[in-house]
Each structure stands twice: as structure tokens, then as C-alpha cells.
Design a protein around this ligand. Sequence first.
Ligand SMILES: [Zn+2]
Length: 74
Amino acid sequence: MLVYELGDIVTLKKGHPCGENKWEILRTGVDIKLKCLGCERQVWLSRMEFEKRVRKIKEGDKFVSIVHHKKSED
Ligand SMILES: [Zn+2]
């Protein structure tokens, strides 16, 4: 299972209707709460839905493909 932390910035398979496709993780757990960085709207996704849709994550100053993101130790 991949590790996500509060404050991580991710992109999804499909951007928000406002035209932005950067989302900040506000809450993790069974459901993931995301905030669109374009219009500040907040949405909830189930963890399963989130993992299906997430594409890239910001590490340092660049976005990397989610498959290269750190995995949990167990
Ligand atoms: Zn938006």
C-alpha cells in the first residue's frame, strides 16, 4: 500500500471541471479528503477510488508517477 501524507499534492486521472488538476490531501484513512488547488473545493473519495484515480504525486519540486512513490514497509 502506498503512503500518503497530509499536505501531499497529487494529480488525478481526470482534472477538476474548473481546469485544475492539482489536489492537496487534507485527510487520509478509509476515505481521502482532497482540496482542489484551483477553486478550493473539497471532495471525499473512498481510498479505493482515490488509488484508482491518482496519477502523480509531488516530491520536492517535481511530480513523479505514483508507481515510483514510496511504499509502506509492511
Ligand atoms: Zn477546482
